[in-house]
Design a protein around this ligand. Sequence first.
Ligand SMILES: NC(=O)c1ccc[n+]([C@@H]2O[C@H](COP(=O)([O-])OP(=O)(O)OC[C@H]3O[C@@H](n4cnc5c(N)ncnc54)[C@H](O)[C@@H]3O)[C@@H](O)[C@H]2O)c1
Ligand SMILES: [Zn+2]
Length: 359
Amino acid sequence: MNKLIVDAASQSYPIYIDSGLLTQTNLYRNLVQNRGVCIITNETVAPLYGSILKETLAKSGGNLNQIEIFVLPDGEQYKTLATLETIFNHLLQNQFDRNSLLVALGGGVVGDITGFAAACYQRGVDYLQIPTTLLSQVDSSVGGKTAVNHALGKNMIGAFYQPCAVMIDLDVLNTLPDREYASGLAEVIKYGAIRDAEFFCWLEANIDALNRREQSALAYAIERSCQNKAEIVNQDETETGIRALLNYGHTFAHAFEIELQYGTWLHGEAVSAGMVYAAKLSRQLCQLAEDDVERLEDLLLKAHLPTKIDASLNRDHLLHHMALDKKNQSGSRRMILLKRLGDAVVVKDVRESEIRSVF
Ligand SMILES: NC(=O)c1ccc[n+]([C@@H]2O[C@H](COP(=O)([O-])OP(=O)(O)OC[C@H]3O[C@@H](n4cnc5c(N)ncnc54)[C@H](O)[C@@H]3O)[C@@H](O)[C@H]2O)c1
Ligand SMILES: [Zn+2]
């Protein structure tokens, strides 16, 4: 089993990575003893993994009367304050106290909402992340960003609140649909592009094994991704500095997602195309080599990800969405760009005409 430690300013905690973690009772013993446990999951993941996990937690010493599974509807559209309230209702009606443990069993939607529920319930209870999509395993379960959406913006209501542990079971990826899997690979490739050139080369050499979901390749790619994310979070938990580099490709991606009304592309697919446009912009503004742009595009294509937007997408609308990006500060347009593969920088005062030219 691989074990990493996140050592954030507010809290340190372990990330375990292995196959079969959902049934390893030893791992959960200290976490569940003598407390109520509420597993929060959704209607897709519950029938696949809910009862396996419940049985493991029961065997590992959790108070049997107080192990509940609470099932949410599946989908980003339910990552709302209204859903959060159903969680609080359930916890209160079942007398979960301040010593309780919440367990997020699912993808990033379940992880984000459960984390935020834990941050708020009785002013804060412990929670455990058990991410079941590749994207949530390499990205959202690590680093303590929790949130729900508001009608006026994604992730607008939330908190930084770290989990007490992250359990990454490789076996759960076997049931993940192909597009969801590829979407997670986009974030894996992002770590190579922004800060880990050696990993980028490894990904180029091992992309076929990853596409086949071979366990040893997957274990390595997930570990290296989590390591990269942990190193960034350790230095900058609340995104006042280098954590912003994780948004590489995301200013473009968010604009594509908004313009496509979140219906056409999965997040990782939008990030994939966004990273290619950001690389083209980097070629103009940061002297990124043409060869590096091509290597990034090739790797994403081999991972079955999109690398360009449809000609019909309205460029003025996209530029408008990008101008409203959260990373902009006092009117200056800030973008994450690459100097070379494995080396990202923040660039200020990017002009609209420069972005327009890469479309
Ligand atoms: N907190 C962070 O730092 C952070 C970072 C990135 C993304 N996010 C958030 O994460 C969310 C996206 O997460 P996601 O991509 O995991 O999407 P998701 O949670 O919607 O999961 C994708 C789909 O896969 C299903 N699923 C999950 N595990 C499965 C499994 N093992 N087998 C079969 N189906 C399974 C889900 O039910 C869902 O239908 C967004 O809300 C985004 O804002 C948060
Ligand atoms: Zn992302």
